[in-house]
Design a protein around this ligand. Structure first.
Ligand code: DAT
Ligand code: MG
Length: 140
């Protein structure tokens, strides 16, 4: 499998509970490298663009309010099959269904406050990464 990059967000529910380091440990223990990382406050406009694919979903308003409710840590993760690997480390969207040892099982509060985002496909990663990082901010 090829080396890939995926886009990750440590969401406000996790940064508020001071869990950035614990989540990064699970990421690194899985063999993924954090090749870019910064802590930002997302604007409503950035959030609406980022989550644009979910615009018609009933939970869209809640999703936007939640992702701008505090600081996030945006990251680029690199590794063999990084996209699928990170989805596995994250666990299921609903923490109640997530496997033991996954980030969401260990740390998420609810389906809406589920601690992390990860790209779901190479095409998605290619759209998401440049929304938050310029090329020279990513150091592999
Ligand atoms: P994922 O984050 O696992 O890729 P998704 O892309 O389907 O899941 O949804 C994006 C985010 O929207 C998800 O992380 C949390 C929120 N969300 C999804 N389904 C929800 C629901 N039924 N109620 C509230 N929030 C939801
Ligand atoms: Mg998704």
């Amino acid at each position: 499998m090829a080396t890939e990059r995926t886009f990750s967000i440590i969401k406000p529910d996790a940064t508020k509970r001071n869990l950035t380091g614990k989540i990064n440990a699970l990421i690194e223990d899985a063999g993924l490298r954090i090749v870019a990382q910064k802590r930002i406050q997302m604007t409503r406009e950035q959030a609406e663009t980022f989550y644009g694919v979910h615009k018609e979903r009933p939970f869209f308003g809640e999703l936007i309010d939640s992702i701008i409710s505090g600081p996030v840590v945006v990251q680029v993760l690199e590794g063999e099959g990084a996209i699928a690997k990170y989805r596995a480390v994250m666990g299921a969207t609903n923490p109640a269904s997530a496997d033991p040892g996954t980030i969401r099982k260990e740390f998420a509060v609810s389906i809406g406050e589920n601690s992390v985002h990860g790209s779901d496909a190479p095409e998605t990663a290619a759209i998401e990464i440049p929304q938050f990082f310029s090329g020279n901010e990513i150091v592999g």
